[in-house]
Design a protein around this ligand. Structure first.
Ligand code: ZN
Ligand code: ZN
Length: 142
């Protein structure tokens, strides 16, 4: 069964990053080294632990290259110096619009796997440093 969900995973074994479609009840494994991470649960949800590392905490992040937003803004600023402030406002508006249109991705605190198209992503909290330190500390001392 195919759902409209995917996960961006960096393999903890060979370091290859790829986007994988999440197919319910199928084994998720690395494209390049065949390392198996686990079976996608039928009740796929971010309220369940991470498929990859079993970590239970996720945060949400806008699912687009954040550099893109910055580039748009910088281009706007430069253009506005040359032309007028109206252009800057236009670009800021575009940026805001992009931000609204782009969906959130759910990111695992521990293994940084990026989950998309799964329910409840909007219920997640934004990135929290203390939580991140907690889980990254746990990784380092594994
Ligand atoms: Zn691998
Ligand atoms: Zn994880």
């Amino acid at each position: 069964m195919i759902v409209n969900a995917s996960a961006g995973i960096e393999c903890d074994y060979c370091g290859t990053f790829a986007i994988y479609p999440l197919m319910l009840n199928e084994v998720l494994k690395c494209n390049s080294c065949d390392k198996k991470w686990g079976t996608v649960p039928v009740d796929l949800s971010l309220e369940n632990p991470c498929i990859i590392c079993a970590c239970e905490r996720f945060y949400k992040r806008k699912d687009f290259n954040q550099i893109l937003g910055l580039v748009i803004l910088l281009t706007g600023i430069i253009l506005s110096i040359i032309y007028s402030y109206f252009i800057l406002m236009g670009f800021v508006l575009l940026d805001v619009l992009l931000y609204q249109l782009v969906p959130d991705a759910g990111i695992c605190y521990k293994c940084s796997a990026e989950f998309r198209g799964i329910e409840n992503i909007d219920k997640l909290n934004h990135f929290d440093h203390h939580t991140a330190e907690l889980y990254q500390y746990a990784v380092e001392n594994k």
